[in-house]
Design a protein around this ligand. Structure first.
Ligand code: HAM
Length: 423
């Protein structure tokens, strides 16, 4: 029996991998343009890091086990807790604000389906130590810039405020976590059962109405009315955030008081981005302001960030027919007859040393089979090394996109090959 890959994991072939790397590169460029720098943390962490404050949803989905020394460890289900751990041990010595991003694989034991995997890749960005409004606006703007740069246009950005909901619930953290978990899952039966257990059944109806509020600034007034007695601070904050985001060119924000988030550490603004083309697993990004440093024993400091599901942006880009800047092989060198093989290898070296990506037949195939191969791997040019051209220190170059063939000196071929078309 052949060994299959574990359920919920993926193999990626060369074409898929090139698209993933292209998206990753675009996101990294956007983060650099915004002044974020890359950091990396381990894939495996002490279990406590994730059980302390990530919430019941994530804890249930952890890949947790004992290592050979009997220590409880877990594969990371996300980056935020690791970044805060790293911040408390080292990063806090850097000048503030700390603006960092990471890309890597994370693990959640979920029920797999299209766009939902047990191992997937996140692109994660965090700002620690910037005043809330400034930091929140910067991360929301970066998230939108990331999608714009990839070329995904059909998106819904929804912004809410979990702090208002927490203030309304006024419950001890564990009970609050459960209520918020059921709200996030939109499981109103479980929600009602939980509220009944807490003697708060009367809250079920207003909570349900509240999380359905979605639209322009008017929903902030409606939200304030429903949560009467809690104050309006969070709603005023969202108005100020929208005003600040206009300065970043972000015009159309949807306020969505139903953005509850599956993780327990959020305390302020929360936001999500959907790509409606993706069906059930349409959320490509989630994030918001949180307080984890305090939970891990640090001083209070504003923290905010987001993570994209890289797999889902790649799917969203494909659904919209976005042409990603996938690198192609520039030249495939074909000797016309066995005696020209040495000359062809020399040509190959010259091209490679000049920075042109070049490949050559390794199987001793004839010219026509080699041309088929060059087309199949989407090379840009076939470089035919023949007797007559060689004598003139030239090669025959076939543009595999247009089918046009001409004789060129190697220098001219190099110049042309290095002019790569932009996607
Ligand atoms: P999250 O919403 O749990 O947030 O995950 C972020 C994104 O990862 C989701 O929006 C989704 O695109 C993707 N994702 C989640 N689960 C899966 C899955 N099973 N398969 C494929 N993609 C998935 C966080 O992880 C927070 N740490 C984000 C954050 C950073 N908040 C503040 N800073």
């Amino acid at each position: 029996m052949p060994i299959e890959r574990p359920r919920g994991t993926n193999d990626y072939g060369p074409e898929e991998m090139a698209r993933r790397r292209a998206v990753e590169g675009i996101l990294q460029d956007a983060a650099h343009r915004f002044g974020f720098r890359e950091v990396s943390t381990p894939t495996i962490e002490h279990l406590d890091l994730f059980t302390t404050k990530s919430g019941p949803g994530i804890v249930k989905e952890l890949y947790a086990f004992k290592d050979k020394g009997g220590r409880d460890v877990a594969l990371r289900p996300e980056f935020t807790a690791s970044i805060v751990r790293f911040y408390l041990s080292e990063l806090r010595n850097l000048p503030k604000p700390i603006k960092v991003y990471s890309v890597g694989n994370v693990f959640r034991y979920e029920e797999p389906q299209k766009g939902r995997y047990r191992e997937f890749t996140q692109f994660n960005a965090e700002i620690i130590g910037a005043p809330a409004l400034q930091g929140d606006a910067e991360v929301v703007a970066l998230a939108i810039e990331c999608l714009r740069s990839v070329g995904v246009r059909d998106i819904h950005v929804r912004v809410g405020h979990i702090g208002m909901l927490r203030a309304f619930l006024k419950l001890p953290p564990e009970d609050q976590g459960k209520v918020i978990h059921w709200l996030d899952k939109r499981d109103f039966t479980a929600l009602k059962a939980e509220l009944t257990r807490l003697g708060l059944e009367r809250m079920a109806a207003p909570l349900r109405q509240y999380i359905e509020l979605k639209g322009g600034p008017e929903v902030l007034d409606q939200g304030a009315k429903l949560l009467a007695g809690v104050g309006t601070e969070g709603f005023e904050y969202l108005r100020a955030l929208a005003t600040r985001l206009k300065l970043y060119g972000v015009e159309h924000l949807t306020f969505d008081l139903g953005v509850v988030r599956g993780l327990d550490y959020y305390t302020g603004m929360v936001f999500e981005v959907d790509s409606p083309n993706l069906g059930a697993e349409k959320q490509v990004m989630g994030g918001g302001a949180y307080t984890l440093a305090e939970v891990f024993g640090g001083e209070p400091v504003p923290q905010t960030g987001f993570a994209f599901g890289l797999d889902r942006i790649v799917l969203a880009a494909a659904a919209e027919g976005v042409q990603l800047p996938v690198p192609r092989l520039d030249c495939y060198v074909i000797p016309i007859g066995e005696p020209l093989r040495t000359k062809a290898l020399e040509t190959l070296q010259t091209l490679r040393r000049a920075g042109v990506s070049a490949d050559i037949d390794l199987l001793g195939r004839g010219p026509s089979k080699n041309l088929d191969y060059a087309n199949a791997i989407h090379a840009r040019f076939a470089v035919l090394v023949g007797e007559a051209e060689s004598k003139k220190r030239r090669v025959a170059v076939k543009d595999l996109d247009s089918g046009k063939q001409e004789e060129l000196e190697l220098e001219a071929l190099i110049t042309r090959a290095l002019q790569r078309p932009k996607a």
